[in-house]
Design a protein around this ligand. Structure first.
Ligand code: UDP
Length: 326
């Protein structure tokens, strides 16, 4: 297939672009290269282009020129706190880009789309969450993803678009050390940061209604997430409209279990510090992932140990690189 990957130099985008290229698909990446890094996808064609501020007609031209058959849309902003501070900018970036992309796809006759959505659309829902759970985002980031999904659904009713919106749970790890996420402000990288500074990892609240009192999340390996995109892309002919799918493992892991495994992999004997709850954290968020399994046969292959281990190797890789540079 001839696939255009937006945001293909980013964390999940690069893993997916590499897999597509490895199986012999034609891949072209467009990325504004602000947070994306060309090094991650060495050997693949990259066009530097900012979709949210670019024109749909330019984008359509590019699709025609490269005879694109499908788009995987990763480009976007993904920091919850930043979205709270700069809401209009998040809508411009995350919603504007979907609008431009859909206009371009319709004009160029590209009728397959896989969209990066997020479990953030579920807001503060707690427990095992299926795709039919209410969508009530509690921050602008989640809201922009939901609007993106809605725009895609409406487009799939207006013209022969086949799409899937993938709602990622907690993505982590690295398929290769150089593919790790150096900008994430999530539990695993924050803990590594604390440990590197000789400070105890922090647990935000241990008085939740969960087995060990700490929050439970569904951590899914980025290589599994990348793989899911290929499986869903291949299944689009059997899936009319905009198919919404959870991407997770269906297994919950507590913050305390994660922190213990992070301390173990980094060989640290630092203690753990328990702080108050962080505002807005639901107790447990675990995906029900039967939908993608039924459509494609996909299931996550990696567990939490693989996620933590590969994230650690990636961190080692980047810190060795920054030592060399300094
Ligand atoms: N968390 C924590 N300590 C940290 C960072 C995160 O206890 O240093 C907790 C956070 O409160 C949440 C879980 O780890 O319960 C996952 O947080 P993250 O920000 O990685 O992802 P979220 O599930 O909020 O999208």
């Amino acid at each position: 297939m001839r696939v255009l990957v937006t945001g293909g130099a980013g964390y999940i985008g690069a893993h997916t672009s590499r897999l597509l290229a490895q199986r012999g698909d034609f891949v072209i990446v467009i990325d504004d290269l602000v947070t994306g890094n060309r090094e991650r996808i060495r050997g693949l064609p990259v066009i530097q282009f900012d979709i949210a501020n670019g024109s749909a007609s330019q984008l359509a031209e590019l699709m025609r020129e490269h005879r694109i058959e499908a788009v995987i849309h990763f480009a976007g902003q993904k920091q919850v706190a930043e979205s709270v501070a700069k809401p209009a900018w998040y809508y411009e970036q995350n919603v504007g880009s979907v609008a431009q992309l859909l206009l371009a796809m319709e004009s160029a006759g590209v009728a397959k789309l896989v969209f990066s959505s997020s479990a953030a659309v579920y807001g503060d829902a707690s427990g095992a969450i299926s795709e039919s759970a209410p969508t009530t985002p509690i921050n602008p980031y989640g809201a922009t993803k939901l609007v993106g999904e809605q725009m895609i659904t409406a487009s799939s009713q207006a013209w022969p678009l086949r799409a899937a919106s993938l709602r990622y749970f907690n993505v982590g790890g690295a398929g290769a050390p150089e593919l790790g996420d150096t900008q994430a402000l999530n539990l695993i990288p924050i803990c590594f940061e604390q440990i590197a500074a000789g400070k105890p990892p922090l647990i935000f609240g241990d008085d939740y209604d969960t087995a060990d009192g700490t929050c439970v999340r569904d951590y899914v390996h980025v290589s599994d997430v990348a793989d899911a995109h290929l499986a869903v892309l291949d299944a689009l002919p059997q899936a009319p409209g905009n198919t919404v799918l959870n991407i997770g493992t269906g297994v919950g892991t507590s913050v305390r279990e994660m922190v213990d495994s992070i301390l173990a992999v980094s060989g640290s004997d630092l203690p753990v510090e328990v702080l108050d709850r962080r505002a807005g954290d639901p107790a447990a968020v675990v995906g029900i992932v039967d939908g993608i399994h039924q459509l494609t046969g996909w299931r996550a292959r990696y567990g939490v140990a693989d996620i933590v281990e590969s994230a650690w190797l990636s961190r080692q890789f980047f810190s060795a690189q920054s030592h060399e540079e300094s």
